[in-house]
Design a binder for this molecule. Sequence first.
Ligand code: NPQ
Ligand code: MG
Length: 365
Amino acid sequence: MKISRVELRRIALPLVTPFRTSFGTSLARDAVLVRVVTPEAEGWGECVAMPEPSYSSEYASGAAEVIGRFLLPLLSGEVDAHTAEQRMARVRGHRMAKAALGMAVLDAQLRAAGMSFGSYLGATRDRVPAGVSVGIMTSIAELLDTVDGYLAQGYQRIKLKIEPGWDIQPVARVRERFGDIPLQVDANAAYELADARHLAQLDAFGLLLVEQPLPEEDLRGHAALAQRMTTPICLDESIVSARAAADAIALGATSVVNVKPGRVGGYLEARRVHDVCQAHGVPVWAGGMLETGIGRAANIALAALPGFTLPGDTSASDRYYERDVTQPFELDEGHVTVPAGPGLGVTPDMDFLDEITTAREWLEV
Ligand code: NPQ
Ligand code: MG
């Protein structure tokens, strides 16, 4: 198909509550959306980059610039999701920018073909169990109330953000109050290998995994840490491609993998990460980047692939937003439903989208 033109939108969607991690606190989701217009259909993509380079080196304005200045010019003439990925490979890095544009191309292609994301990617289920990510809080009491609320809503797994000074106690108190619920932690790279003895105290709590305890580049450190604690290590920030997943597994740096299409350059590469992990018997789960219903729809479809055997951060829309850009994803007996319609299976409410748009730009290919 030929891309006629592309719209870049910057949106600001307030969060229902501040979301605090080891790298900062977010009060709203400030993101870039991509709309690809073709004669046959329109497609939507969501860029997961944060406004600042705090989770990874990419940031929203930079991604928008790379999409408009370097990626879109590569997509003239006949393209599809695969050829777009190949052409975009000439640009080094900028995986979240590539993922957003590639997702919009794939959505347009699939809507035109009348095929859902799930069918295209190889989903084997029509609903997936939903986990929830719980931020760092100002008190244990607030944390316990928050976890209580999510469990009451039916969430199948609790993930606690941790950092030095907020780690062992919160985990111990959640275990004490709620017993053996499925529980894991995410440090977002806040520790060093020297903290191994401290982190090994987590082994007493039967966690599913500890996510990205050390910095993104420290594969050797994660492999050494894995020898010093029994809780499985799960990498997130470090896994930037299927090759990175294979290397981390071979080095003993990870035994579970958090799959995020934005972090690895798109949904085609995310499926390759899944395939590589499955080939090594390594379970994967779908990570989250506080996506709106656009990115959420695609992640839920991906989470329905066979190797996704752990609940992901595919929470309901109302975990983050009072009102979503699309029809909201809701929890039904602890599960979210994989959209069955063509492409993403959801469409943005354009009036609401206009209300939350802070900037927009039409680009010709
Ligand atoms: C993670 N996500 O797994 C990321 C961290 C994260 C759900 O924990 C704005 C945009 C704020 C993306 C905060 C979850 C964010 C963000 C945290 C991603 O590491
Ligand atoms: Mg993480």
